[in-house]
Design a protein around this ligand. Structure first.
Ligand SMILES: *[C@@H]1O[C@H](CO)[C@@H](O)[C@H](O)[C@H]1NC(C)=O
Ligand SMILES: *[C@@H]1O[C@H](CO)[C@@H](O)[C@H](O)[C@H]1NC(C)=O
Ligand SMILES: *[C@@H]1O[C@H](CO)[C@@H](O)[C@H](O)[C@H]1NC(C)=O
Length: 175
């Protein structure tokens, strides 16, 4: 009876050991999201207003297709797009959104891969933390978290946001 469990226990022990060996630890990705609110090159748009009126965000919807660059400078290398939707999900006053974002890499080390970030946006100040729930390509089966912080508004139409992602790569993701 007890022996029947042995292979399972061995499997667990060996996968924990492989993990602890550090081949697939946390990967830190540090990049910048550049957003433009209005004009010919806008990367963000409000799509739907709340049915509860202009003072509510509940049921509102927005969409972004921001640039991901290696630095805070708009002339720094473009490595992907920050594409997502925001839904107002709080009936109470103040911000309360569900965001679903795909980081689509088009250059650099992660070219061709994507990361899916999901979670709440309970305000627009300070550092916003959301979960990395998966990915494709080099990020298959990945998970982790993303810290997002607005760092500057170079013009009234634009802002620059620093993102730090800590991603647990999964050993089985290479298959
Ligand atoms: C939009 O982007 C193009 C290409 O980078 C640029 O030539 C143009 O000046 C920009 N337009 C505005 C309104 O920023
Ligand atoms: C929004 O709130 C402001 C301030 O409380 C109020 O004056 C205004 O009438 C409200 N607007 C709507 C559309 O409810
Ligand atoms: C990114 O990958 C695509 C598809 O493999 C390739 O066509 C493209 O040249 C790559 N871009 C860069 C900047 O490496």
């Amino acid at each position: 009876m007890a022996l029947a469990h042995l292979p399972f226990v061995l499997l667990l022990v060996s996968s924990v050991a492989a993990f602890a060996a550090g081949d697939h630890g946390l990967t830190h990705i540090h990049l910048y999201v550049h957003e433009t609110y209005t004009g010919a090159n806008a990367t963000a748009a409000a799509v739907l207003q709340s049915p509860l009126g202009a003072n509510s965000s509940f049921g509102s919807m927005g969409v972004v297709d921001d640039e991901i660059r290696v630095g805070p400078d708009r002339s720094s290398q473009l490595v992907g797009r920050y594409q997502g939707v925001f839904f107002g999900t709080s009936v109470q006053l103040g911000a309360g959104y569900l965001s679903s974002i795909t980081l689509v890499f088009t250059a650099g080390e992660y070219n061709g891969s994507t990361l899916s970030v999901q979670g709440p946006l309970l305000g627009f100040t300070g550092t916003i933390e959301r979960a990395v729930v998966g990915g494709t390509g080099k990020f298959r089966l990945a998970r982790g978290y993303m810290l997002f912080k607005m760092i500057s508004k170079p013009t009234p139409e634009t802002d620059v946001n620093e993102i730090n992602l800590f991603v647990l790569m999964h050993p089985a993701g290479k298959y």
